[in-house]
Design a protein around this ligand. Structure first.
Ligand code: HGY
Ligand code: MN
Ligand code: MN
Length: 424
């Protein structure tokens, strides 16, 4: 093993260790939700790490943090950005999000130490609330940033305790009046590369430490509310009950059967039961529904099968093909830096990168092999040797994309991406 690989392994391990205590969940894993104490500690950590690298730190109108190397981007010097998120699902894994942020910081440091001087500003971003674990919509910060989620709708979202985002922001010293889209910032992002731990086994099956993404499956979130009649658990005969939990159970089984029939992935991950008493027949159950599939027709077929339960859509991301020209440039730069040819793999996991691509920013994703293939669980794992290769791949990609952007007018790049000229 070369020294620089070991140094990169130690760099990644050290930064993950610094944030490891934040949000450790009692049942294992990590719970780091938006606009909470844990989130604040992680934002402060990222800001401090950025300043150690001499980066200029900004927070955009949607609460995302951008750290700039080489000054802020402008229309004639658009930025090359990378980064990911630091929030998690309840009891999530250590790598989903943080690996992308830590790898971005390590890649910038590697390039700085190598004396590289990019022609374009290089930005490292931490997107706010990618998982949507608290307010129920995924990719919250990137959707508000790009305007695909209005500030009005976002601010009125409530968490399980009934706290609105507006109240949560104010509690963190953010004025909700200033919260919203930031089109000027999005317009000066020339290209974005997100590195992420793979959420699946494709790279493991290919025995490849790093891969590049072709696309993200179409996926959406809905909410179903079933009503019943509260009554005494002991004195109400079984044939005189209107039990919302029984009806919700019928919904869960209908979702499972439909997803199997249509080769989709569908999950009811959260139930909100009212009045939620152990000796009270439930009067209302609100169920979450997450549906994804390689094609939109399979998602629609599942929604058709459960239409009787009147699902209400919370968020939708169409199938997203990453910019294929950018993908080639990223793969070349990564291969040059690692000596590895990168396989091209798709994913059923959503990412802020998909939101930016759908908004016309040319985007690419790098995946680092996950030895267990598991994600959204403490079982999620990436070997440090693969993480070090991921940092090298990302550093190589940043250099090749910086050069590429110089040869391509930023507005042409965005216009093509918006028209999908370069669909994968
Ligand atoms: O749900 C997802 O696919 C992502 O992890 N937010
Ligand atoms: Mn996730
Ligand atoms: Mn993620």
């Amino acid at each position: 093993m070369t020294d620089d690989t070991r140094a990169l392994e130690q760099r990644v391990a050290a930064m993950l260790a610094e944030i490891s205590p934040v949000g450790r969940a009692s049942g294992g894993g990590w719970s780091r939700f938006a606009w909470t104490d844990e989130d604040r500690v992680l934002r402060e950590w990222f800001t401090a790490k950025s300043r150690e690298l001499g980066l200029t730190v900004d927070v955009d109108r949607a609460g995302n943090i951008w750290s700039w190397w080489g000054g802020r981007p402008t229309p004639d010097r658009p930025g090359v950005t990378t980064g990911s998120h630091l929030d998690s699902v309840p009891g999530g894994g250590e790598f989903d999000g943080p690996l992308g942020v830590v790898s971005a910081l390590a890649a910038v440091e590697l390039l700085q130490d190598g004396g590289v001087v990019p022609e374009h500003p290089v930005g490292v971003v931490v997107f706010s609330d990618e998982e949507g674990a608290r307010f129920g919509i995924a990719c919250f910060g990137s959707r508000v940033l790009t305007g695909s989620l209005s500030a009005e709708e976002a601010l009125s979202r409530r968490d399980a305790a009934g706290t609105t985002l507006s109240e949560a922001l104010r509690a963190e010293g953010v004025d909700p009046e200033d919260y919203g889209a930031d089109p000027d910032l999005v317009s000066v992002i020339g290209a974005h590369i997100e590195l992420h731990v793979e959420q699946g086994v494709a790279l493991g099956d290919l025995d490849a430490p790093v891969g590049v993404a072709s696309h993200i499956w179409p996926h959406g979130r809905w909410e179903v509310t079933v009503a019943g009649e509260a009554n005494h658990a002991g004195t109400t005969p079984m044939d005189r009950r209107s039990d919302a939990m029984v009806r919700a159970s019928e919904f869960v089984l209908a979702v499972r059967d439909s997803a199997v029939a249509h080769d989709a992935s569908a999950t009811v991950g959260r139930l909100r039961v009212e009045p939620n008493g152990v000796n009270v027949i439930p009067s209302r159950v609100t169920a979450s529904l997450d549906v994804r599939a390689p094609g939109e027709d399979a998602v629609e077929a599942v929604l058709d099968d459960v239409a009787d339960f009147a699902p209400v859509r919370q968020s939708w991301t169409p199938g997203t093909w990453f910019d294929s020209r950018l993908r080639e440039v990223v793969a070349e730069g990564a291969a040059e830096a690692t000596g590895q040819e990168l396989p091209v793999v798709g994913t059923g996991a959503g990412h802020d990168a998909g939101v930016l691509q759908n908004h016309g920013v040319p985007v690419s994703m790098l995946f680092v092999r996950n030895g267990t293939g598991a994600s959204h669980t403490p079982a999620e794992h990436a070997e440090l040797s693969d993480c070090a290769l991921g940092v090298k791949a990302l550093a190589g990609a940043l250099v090749s994309v910086d050069r590429w952007l110089t040869t391509v007018q930023a507005d042409t790049v965005q216009a093509d991406a918006v028209q999908g000229v370069s669909r994968g």
